[in-house]
Ligand binder design. Structure first.
Ligand SMILES: CC(C)(COP(=O)(O)OP(=O)(O)OC[C@H]1O[C@@H](n2cnc3c(N)ncnc32)[C@H](O)[C@@H]1OP(=O)(O)O)[C@@H](O)C(=O)NCCC(=O)NCCS
Length: 160
């Protein structure tokens, strides 16, 4: 007797640009995911600045999102978040691939990001995705008890 593999769960996946209508859902995830979350004002500024703000939904569940800024022949990833209840399921890779596709379509030559030195999980995902460590920003992020934490600067070349 042979067994067929279990079918993948059926999810209606969709991408959507951030708007004021979806900001509350995003903020709920943001506050669950970070010790130092972005504020509502940070996201409103991102919208007002025309940043690329993409949400990934499965049915009516917010899986995650990216916020990125266009530069001259480059793009900068400012925020990537997977909802805590959906972490560990490979969604970070989906978000990063979608972001790189968009950046290529914008004729960017590379993508930049910063990551906390303590964020081993994010560092390992970025490295696996092809990002290379190119610098360090001292005391870049707020940390516990008024301290500051360094950021590792990473770059992904988009074209050979
Ligand atoms: C970082 C984040 C986006 C990753 O998303 P995710 O979908 O949960 O990613 P996954 O859990 O699928 O993990 C991806 C990889 O990291 C590895 N990983 C998981 N936990 C790890 C840890 N503690 N240390 C090192 N690697 C780890 C997994 O093994 C997996 O590797 P694989 O694809 O080779 O199997 C998500 O955890 C998150 O939103 N965190 C809070 C916000 C944040 O830190 N954002 C990044 C700011 S720079």
């Amino acid at each position: 007797m042979s067994f067929a593999p279990a079918p993948a769960p059926t999810l209606a996946l969709r991408w959507e640009a951030l708007s004021l209508n979806t900001l509350d859902a995003l903020l709920e995830v943001e506050q669950q995911a970070y010790s130092h979350p972005w504020s509502r004002g940070n996201f409103i500024d991102a919208l007002a600045s025309g940043y690329h703000c993409q949400l990934l939904w499965a049915d009516n569940h917010l899986l995650g999102y990216t916020i990125a800024m266009r530069g001259v022949q480059e793009a900068h990833l400012l925020n990537i978040t997977v909802a805590p209840t959906h972490q560990g399921q490979g969604w970070a890779r989906v978000l990063l691939e979608h972001l790189a596709l968009w950046a290529r379509s914008e004729q960017a030559q590379c993508l930049w990001l910063e990551v906390r030195t303590s964020n081993a999980r994010a560092l390992s995902i970025y490295t696996a995705h092809g990002y290379q460590r190119v610098g360090l920003r001292k005391r870049y992020y707020p940390a516990a008890d008024g301290a500051r934490e360094d950021a590792i600067v990473m770059q992904l070349p988009l074209w050979p």
